[in-house]
Ligand binder design. Structure first.
Ligand SMILES: C[S@@+](CC[C@H](N)C(=O)[O-])C[C@H]1O[C@@H](n2cnc3c(N)ncnc32)[C@H](O)[C@@H]1O
Length: 381
């Protein structure tokens, strides 16, 4: 199977050796949690949080790599494709559950009969039950007694966190037809322009007829959901400690400009931590409407929103720093799957790509030679 450099490693090309690796890495994870007084994960519905320290992320990544290799070796390519091929149908089930509010109808406590769920959702019991039962195999719902549905860990998270629910919804819902539909037009888009691509002709444009942010500019409701989805996306991906630690924010004084900062989640988090700094979040008015709701009293006076397009000259001339929010870090083998997914999201939605540190530095210099590259924050872990 594959080692840290992505090459085939003889040492682990053996079922029992891989199983040993899994045990060894699991022991390391459990020990780290114990020594640092973190709770051990359980299947209890509210066992949601996991440590976000760089040490934990590294241990988790090693374990995951061994688990993935072991699973692949056990199932082989036929079963692997069988599972991959069916993922679209699982997303379809999630779409129905999101559109018909299953995640809010099934409460965080107790259980509800499938009949009642179907009635409240306004969907027949036959299809409601089938959707729930497929999602129960994905740790989303449970059927503790026949005919009754209760939350599982993932449903609990979706029930209590509207931002994460929005992230899932904008990615997968057919009624707000966005990213999943755009992704399904990727091959058509490549056919339209097989040898080059740019931000004007993305799979999103192929599918929806106009670029993503023009699409949002025409629809306030979807735009606000997108802002919430960005906040949820940060929660799913961002190692907030890494963002805080990646740059000596404490040494700065003055104003930090968060360019294309959406609802300002990054700025809000940093403002809570670094009281000497003010933040200006630049984005569209709809993103700001969503951001205003996230402000807490302790930082209200230090985080402001400015409607500004990054294609126009930067009006804040004396900023202490600029945050260019969609930075991703260069690949590390353990994170590669998640990063490669982001790379495709960038292609589908924006005609963009994931850049390594070197590529990003070159891009900044191309924009203006006076830019100094300060730090690349690990955003996807
Ligand atoms: C992918 S989101 C990233 C949000 C946030 N920076 C983060 O990293 O989570 C890109 C953001 O850029 C904003 N945006 C797109 N075109 C823009 C423009 N011309 N000027 C300013 N912001 C823009 C979008 O509204 C959106 O909020």
């Amino acid at each position: 199977m594959y080692d840290a450099n992505g090459t085939v490693s003889k040492a682990t090309d053996d079922l029992l050796a891989l199983a040993d690796d899994v045990v060894r890495h699991t022991q390391a994870v459990a020990k780290y949690l114990r020594v640092n007084n973190y709770a051990q994960p359980t299947f209890a519905p509210d066992s949601i949080s996991r440590s976000e320290t760089p040490e934990y992320v590294k241990l988790h990544s090693s374990l995951k790599q061994s688990l993935d290799n072991l699973q692949y070796l056990v199932e082989g390519p036929k079963r692997h494709f069988r599972a991959l091929y069916c993922q679209g149908y699982e997303l379809a089930a999630i779409q129905v559950a999101l559109d018909f509010n299953f995640f809010t109808i099934v409460l965080a406590e107790g259980q509800i009969s499938l009949e009642e769920l179907a009635k409240e959702a306004g969907v027949d019991i036959d299809r409601s039950s089938r959707i729930v039962r497929l999602l129960a195999t994905e740790f989303i719902f449970r059927e503790p007694t026949p005919g009754y549905v209760a939350h599982n860990l993932s449903q609990y998270l979706l029930h209590v966190d509207e931002e994460i629910r929005s992230t899932l919804h904008y990615t997968s819902s057919p009624t707000i037809d966005e990213m999943l539909q755009a992704a399904s037009s990727t091959a058509d888009n490549v056919r339209e322009s097989p040898h080059s691509y740019d931000s004007a002709l993305t799979p999103f444009v192929t599918r929806h007829g106009l670029p993503i942010f023009e699409y949002y500019a025409k629809d306030s409701q979807r735009s606000i959901r997108f802002a919430k989805a960005m906040a949820g996306w940060s929660k799913l991906n961002l190692n907030i400690n890494a963002l805080k630690d990646a740059f000596p924010w404490g040494n700065l004084k003055g104003t930090v400009v968060d360019v294309g900062g959406s609802s300002g989640k990054d700025s809000i988090t940093l403002a809570q931590q670094f009281p000497a700094l003010d933040f200006i979040v630049q984005d569209s008015a709809d993103m700001h409407a969503a951001g205003q709701k996230l402000l807490t009293d302790d930082i209200r006076g230090r985080v402001s929103f400015m409607q500004h397009s990054f294609f126009d000259p930067q009006p804040v001339g004396d900023a202490a720093a600029f945050i260019l929010g969609t930075l991703e870090r260069s690949f590390e083998r353990g994170f590669e799957h998640g990063l490669r997914q982001i790379d495709l999201i960038m292609l589908v939605g924006f005609g963009g790509k994931l850049r390594t540190e070197v590529e990003f530095g070159a891009l900044l210099k191309q924009a203006d030679k006076r830019f100094e590259f300060a730090a690349l924050t690990p955003r996807v872990l």
